[in-house]
Design a protein around this ligand. Structure first.
Ligand code: MSP
Length: 512
């Protein structure tokens, strides 16, 4: 499986939207590995273009110096959040520039890129062409664009129009190329109007920060053309060979489906005679108090600060539990704190804490053996295994938020088992030793099963929990017979039991 994220614009520091997408893709990569797939996970940064050139100018730096600085911010956030791509591509790397040059050359040679004139309204202040979308109802242009002039430029065009019918037919026949499917309908809607050819170059005089066209030194590539090809550069060996391309699952946000990934990209692949991508997984947008996250309104959320305060895993869990993949969600710090305290610390953390300490107290720190499960035990095992199967099915259907809900049903059932069987009472009666063994062993087994799965969402915590349970080694791919009840736990010594989600400073203060 070749799995990619969008490559983020390197013109500012990372925000919640960037962090969500990378955590989501990292989780999908870990889950796919758990199910036995081989995965190549690619992420990176989009470092060319007008926005970067302008931000660098404002910061008084050269564009390269500027993006080098930004790339450190992204890399350190991914490290903190345990987002671990196999390859991190920056579009200013030599391997990528070489590949883009080769692609331009090939498409030019075969007549898919042609010279033409571009006519449009240009804002001198913003140094960009404006589209009809930007025009105000009365026909004027917004103040921020300053003087707007009509300009004609010699440019190069990619012959998108040639592929329109082919693309429409492809999406009609295979709507499952796009998840959720309602996004395929949106794309088909956009394909009803005739597609204009795509202007893929800018005169160097206007935009210097880009990859030069091999056949015209006065022009550089349009940033989308450059950016989309990152997926080919980073495929396979990661050395920028066209032959390394493999159909990818592309994780992207809803704003870059039409036209970039839904129109330009499939047409580029077709023109290059490369196989189509496997899927576009289109996620929604985070808002705050139902409004767009935007620097200008101060409505930003710093994922690094949240991870520092609540822990990387609590952040990862929150964003995946809160957002239904494909739909928008509203960020709320209180709800993050509540999920950490409730589902993570109280339900999952406490289960380990109480199971571990009772195994310590009553069974000398070793997981007891169970000869034959009694009916209560059997019922409990069925509940847990059922929850695991549902989790698996929902994860495979990209319903991560619901999948986590299923896993938590297993956690809740284990807590209920302990409440119902009351090991502290069983321990007082020598005749109940078998029941006590079963209760402790069942809770430990359920925990192990859950932690091995939830490791794709909360990797650090899951590993810590498994170590406490005396689990040998690190979580790997499932056994063929998954899910079955662990039998090799009996006699295993637990590690030191410590809270998985310790109280936060403010929670301690509130307790006095
Ligand atoms: N550089 C392009 C992508 C090129 S991919 C070949 C770009 N960069 S971006 O920095 O603007 O966005 C990167 C990703 O973050 C996109 O998938 C985008 O949808 C996502 N998000 C940006 N803001 C977001 C939210 N508020 N919420 C969720 N994701 C959002 O587009």
């Amino acid at each position: 499986m070749f799995l990619t994220t969008a490559i983020d614009y390197a013109n500012a520091k990372p925000h919640l939207g960037h962090a969500y997408e990378k955590v989501l893709t990292d989780t999908l990569a870990r889950f796919a590995r758990r199910t036995g797939q081989e995965v190549r996970f690619l992420s990176g940064l989009d470092e060319h273009g007008q926005k970067v050139q302008q931000s660098a100018g404002k910061a008084g730096k050269s564009p390269q110096e500027f993006v080098d600085g930004i790339s450190v911010l992204f890399a350190s956030l991914w490290k903190l959040l345990r987002v671990q791509p196999d390859d991190f591509l920056r579009t200013t790397q030599a391997r990528h520039k070489k590949l883009v040059g080769e692609v331009l050359e090939k498409l030019h040679r075969q007549g898919d890129i042609v010279k033409g004139t571009f006519k449009g309204f240009y804002s001198v202040r913003a140094e960009q062409f404006l589209t009809e979308k930007e025009r105000q109802p009365d026909g004027s242009w917004p103040e921020i664009y300053g003087e707007v002039v009509e300009l004609t430029e010699e440019n190069y065009f990619f012959k998108l129009s040639k592929y329109q019918d082919w693309l429409r037919e492809l999406i009609q026949k295979q709507p499952s190329l796009i998840f959720p499917e309602f996004r395929a309908k949106e794309l088909l809607g956009a394909l009803e109007k005739p597609l204009p050819d795509l202007c893929i170059s800018r005169p160097k005089a206007r935009l210097a920060w880009g990859i030069p066209l091999p056949f015209d030194e006065n022009q550089v590539t349009y940033v989308w053309f450059d950016a989309l090809l990152n997926y080919v550069t980073g495929a396979g060996s990661g050395e920028g060979k066209l032959t390394d391309w493999e159909p990818a699952v592309h994780v992207i946000g809803k704003d870059i489906l039409v036209p970039a990934h839904g129109v330009y990209w499939p047409c580029m692949l077709k023109a290059l005679s490369l196989p189509m991508f496997a899927k576009l997984l289109v996620h929604g947008f985070w808002t705050r108090k139902s409004e767009k996250l935007s620097k200008s309104t101060g409505n930003v959320v710093d994922p690094g600060e949240l991870a520092a305060k609540y822990g990387a895993d609590a952040f990862r869990y929150y964003v995946l539990r809160e957002m239904a993949l494909g739909h928008d969600a509203d960020f709320d710090e209180e709800s993050l704190a509540a999920r950490r305290k409730g589902e993570l610390a109280h339900e999952l953390g406490n289960l380990l804490q109480r199971t571990g300490s009772m195994i310590g107290r009553y069974r000398d720190g070793k997981i007891p053996a169970v000869a034959k499960p009694d009916p209560i035990s059997e019922g409990f095992r069925d509940t847990v295994l059922h929850a695991l199967r549902k989790w698996d099915e929902l994860m495979k259907g990209y319903q991560i938020h619901l999948a986590l809900g299923e896993l938590w049903k297993a956690v809740q059932a284990a807590n209920q088992l302990i409440e119902a069987r009351a090991p502290w009472k069983l321990a007082k009666d020598a005749n109940k030793a078998g029941e006590l063994d079963a209760t402790l062993a069942d809770a430990a087994a359920a925990l192990e099963l859950v932690l091995l799965e939830v490791a794709c969402v909360i990797p650090q915590t899951a590993e810590a929990g498994l170590t406490q349970l005396g689990y040998p080694g690190r979580p790997g791919p499932r056994q063929k017979s998954w899910p079955d009840w662990p039998t090799e736990q009996a006699g295993r010594a637990l590690g030191t039991i410590t809270p998985l989600f310790p109280l936060l400073d403010e929670e301690k203060a509130a307790r006095g």
